[in-house]
Every structure is written in C-alpha cells, then in structure tokens.
Design a protein around this ligand. Structure first.
Ligand SMILES: [Zn+2]
Length: 198
C-alpha cells in the first residue's frame, strides 16, 4: 500500500473502514463477475456521520486551492460524499443518476458552461460510474478540475484524463471464478449487499 497523498495518512483511513466494519473478509462475487476475498461495504462507513465528516474534510482539503464551484457524485454513495465535500468547500453539490444511456441529471440539477467541477465518489473499483459522470459533465461543458475518492481499490490502475486524488489506495486481488482459490476450497460465495447465492 503506498500513500499517493502527502497530507493524508492513509493508515488512518483504513482504520476508519475497519472500525466501521466496512472491511469484510470472505468469498465475494463482485459486480464485474470476478471473485475476491476482501470487500469494502462502504455504507458501513457512510452510515456514520462522524466518519463521513472526518473523511470528507480531508478529501475537501486536497482540492481547497482548486477554485471548485460545484461538486458532483454518482448515486448512491456519491450523493453523501458530494454533499459533505461541498459543505467543506462552501459550494453546491449535485448528483448524477443512472439514465437510459449513462448518467443524467434530474431534479433540475445543472452545470453551467465552464463551471469548475469536482467529481467525487466513495470507492473506485473499475471506474465505470466515474467515467459516466465525466461524460455527463463534459456534455454540460463543465470544466473538470479533478476527481476525489475516499478509496482507490484499483491500486492506482484505473486512470482518467484528470488529476485523481484518493485518501487511500490499495490493490485487492480479483480472481476469475475458474482460478479462484476460495472456489477450489468450496467456500460459499457471497454477493455483497444481497442474500448468499451459493
Ligand atoms: Zn470464488
């Protein structure tokens, strides 16, 4: 584990995830179809306002000098992160919801042309929802200043065309089902956030 952000001690971040019970060990089916022995149940952290406050204050501090005018996050966790980061930066926050193709703004949300936009989310795994938010902000001609994350679970492997800052970075090994050691040991497969499926 390497620390990509000088001003944040990432062991503190993992400590919060552990304390909140968000760092789960077992045999998990990820939404990508791959298996993993570690799963971050982010809502175990996000249910605690005091943890969200600490994490988002740190995240906001990394973008304090970027003249951010609006913070945007993808549903669901990104709503909470965007709100709390925006509160720290004293700007407004909106969220992007799934549409028929990619993400859309509903509820009268808008980004003005040239508005300096910070995109935030909780945990980066494959980067799919962040990519969709990028497309959406570009469609509105917002100016993307950066991407802020609580945790980059890709170990820095997922890249974007904008500066990415994560409070903590770790690489979790994903296994294809046919080469998964937990499958070989016959351990039951868990689909996080849902019933057990195997
Ligand atoms: Zn498996």
């Amino acid at each position: 584990m390497s620390n990509s952000v000088g001003t944040v001690d990432q062991s503190e971040i993992f400590e919060i995830f552990k304390k909140a019970g968000a760092l789960l060990k077992g045999h998990f089916l990820l939404s990508s179809g791959l298996h993993s022995d570690i799963y971050f149940e982010k809502f175990q952290v996000l249910q605690h306002p005091e943890y969200v406050e600490i994490l988002c204050r740190k995240l906001a501090s990394l973008f304090r000098d970027d003249n951010v005018e609006i913070v945007v996050g993808p549903t669901t966790g990104g709503i909470i992160i965007a709100y709390e980061v925006a509160k720290n930066l004293k700007v407004r926050s909106i969220f992007a919801e799934p549409g028929d193709e990619g993400r859309i703004f509903k509820r009268g949300f808008d980004i003005k042309k040239g508005e300096r936009t910070l995109i935030v989310d909780d945990i980066l795994t494959t980067g799919g929802s962040i990519k969709e938010v990028i497309q959406l902000v570009k469609k509105h001609e917002g100016k993307i200043g950066g991407i802020g994350l609580l945790l980059d679970r890709s170990g820095g492997k997922v890249k974007f065309d904008y500066p990415l800052k994560a409070l903590a970075t770790t690489e979790v090994t994903n296994y294809r089902p046919e080469e998964c050691p937990m499958c070989k040991r016959g351990e039951p497969l868990i689909k996080p956030g849902s019933r057990k499926i195997g």
